[in-house]
Design a protein around this ligand. Structure first.
Ligand code: AMP
Ligand code: ZN
Length: 114
């Protein structure tokens, strides 16, 4: 999608602090971090939200998960713990409509979320 912010990051048209990638997923630091580790993991193809996952593209989620695990290892938060968050739609707090997994860690995270 040409007007999608995260597609532009995938294409290198907008700068981002990329921390890792594989053939199908890209990870970069959130511009407004909510924890000492706050990385966004996205599919390289445009999928707007969890509602747009289907039989053809659902593998993207597995590639995102494996990349997130590489990062939690590299960031040394795999033993202390962390949280994966995917926001969907207005009530979910989604602001960028290219599906992304927030990897948050490095501090005690509260529950329930706000
Ligand atoms: P969400 O509210 O779940 O859609 O999350 C969108 C996230 O994208 C927010 O945490 C923003 O801080 C982050 N964000 C927005 N623009 C950028 C950008 N150019 N580079 C990195 N992160 C961004
Ligand atoms: Zn996109």
């Amino acid at each position: 999608m040409s007007d999608c912010l995260f597609c532009k990051i995938v294409k290198g048209e907008i700068p981002a602090e990329i921390v890792a990638e594989n053939d199908h997923a890209l990870a970069f630091r959130d511009i407004n971090p909510q924890a000492s580790t706050h990385v966004l993991v996205i599919p390289k193809v445009h999928i707007a939200s969890t509602q747009d996952l289907n039989n053809e593209n659902v593998d993207a989620l597995s590639h995102m998960a494996l990349l997130a695990n590489e990062i939690s290892d590299a960031e040394k938060i795999k033993d202390s713990g962390y949280r994966w968050v995917i926001n969907t739609g207005d009530d979910g707090g989604q602001t960028v409509f290219h599906i992304h997994l927030h990897l948050l860690g490095g501090r005690q995270l509260n529950w329930p979320p706000g």
